[in-house]
Design a protein around this ligand. Structure first.
Ligand code: SF4
Length: 329
């Protein structure tokens, strides 16, 4: 039986592409990625459920701490989309990884859910061709939803699979995909591309700040999805929890030599100070923590150098909100 690797994002297009290729009698291995900057794990969970429903194996590649992936976000060869989303490089990265899996699994080709013209940046005919070429996969990537509008792949030309079983969908209207979803009874899937925080302006400010002052390869990357961020100086940043959940997350993520701060005398947030600091920087950080409490006058903020030592108390007044907000990233 012919074997293929299907890149499944959890979105409808890649689910349908996988269904079509299974119906064409191909043995499929599902391949998906756990991206570091998604707002939730919904797509990953959907992919796992879909693979179970289709009775195929699912391999997950975790990019949460992937330096090669962070490098492409810092310096994408093909540039960014509207925000810091390097979609073309990201697709290329996925294809290059899929190529390795294809070789390991002795598969013939790779399947993606790309639809010609659906996304202006990464799904143009010329771009798809460039991506395949850059990945060293020319003729080895089959896109079942748009196959009839694209050049035949090697597997189609060799008669390994029947090209007539695939579709000619083009453009941004998703009518045909919804019709197919109905036919195949696929009713649970996240929005396409949804949840990638690199497409969100506010989040990208924090990413950009970290790239400019340090690197995504630093420990601070794990803090990007938590809390409000403040740039205190070129070498120092403070992250302040917005909720109980954030405060707990910060306490879990805190690692030496970062400083953990906690509001002590009144209910208030926790924070992490990261970078090079002197005593007055700890005072400034504590005054920002105090500014998010309802306490009046001086309040007590406790700070910790590491998990092994006891906290030290600082009595401090809140920083003026205008001054505080001017430091916000
Ligand atoms: S939206 Fe995000 S995850 Fe999707 S291709 Fe672009 S950068 Fe990658």
């Amino acid at each position: 039986m012919v074997k293929a690797i299907s890149l499944i994002s959890g979105g409808l297009d890649s689910i349908l592409a996988t269904r079509l290729i299974l119906d064409a009698g191909v043995d499929v291995l599902g391949l998906t990625f756990k991206f570091p900057f998604l707002s939730s794990d919904n797509s990953l969970e959907t992919t796992k459920q879909i693979c179970k429903k289709f009775n195929i194996k699912c391999r997950v590649i975790d990019l949460s701490n992937s330096k090669p992936y962070f490098k492409i976000i810092e310096k994408p060869k093909f540039g960014y989309g509207k925000n810091l989303n390097p979609c073309i490089d990201c697709h290329l990265f996925m294809l290059k990884t899929a190529k390795k899996v294809m070789r390991e699994e002795k598969a013939e080709f790779i399947i993606t859910g790309d639809v010609l013209g659906e996304r202006p940046m990464s799904q143009r005919k010329d771009i798809l061709k460039i991506i395949d070429m850059e990945a060293g996969l020319s003729g080895r990537v089959l896109r079942p939803l748009s196959a009839q509008c694209l050049e035949a792949t090697i597997a189609e030309n060799n008669g390994l699979i029947d090209r007539s079983k695939f579709l000619a969908i083009q453009g941004r209207s998703r009518k045909e995909q919804f019709r197919l979803a109905n036919i195949y009874r696929i009713d649970h899937y996240p929005t396409p591309g949804g949840g990638c925080l690199l497409t969100e302006r506010q989040f990208c400010k924090k990413v950009e700040d970290l790239i400019n002052h340090k690197s995504l390869m630093s420990k601070e990357v794990s803090l990007l999805k938590v809390g409000r961020h403040f740039r205190l100086n070129k070498k120092l940043k403070l992250v302040v929890g917005r909720s109980e959940v954030d405060n707990r997350a910060l306490e879990d993520l805190w690692q030496s030599p970062q400083i953990l701060l906690k509001s002590k005398s009144v209910v208030g947030p926790s924070g992490i100070l990261c970078g090079l600091f002197v005593k007055k920087d700890i005072m400034l950080a504590a005054s920002i923590i105090a500014s998010f409490t309802k306490g009046e006058g001086k309040i007590v903020v406790e700070y910790f150098n590491d998990r092994a030592s006891l906290g030290k108390d600082i009595q401090i007044e809140s920083l003026n909100k205008h001054k505080r907000d001017a430091l916000r990233i």
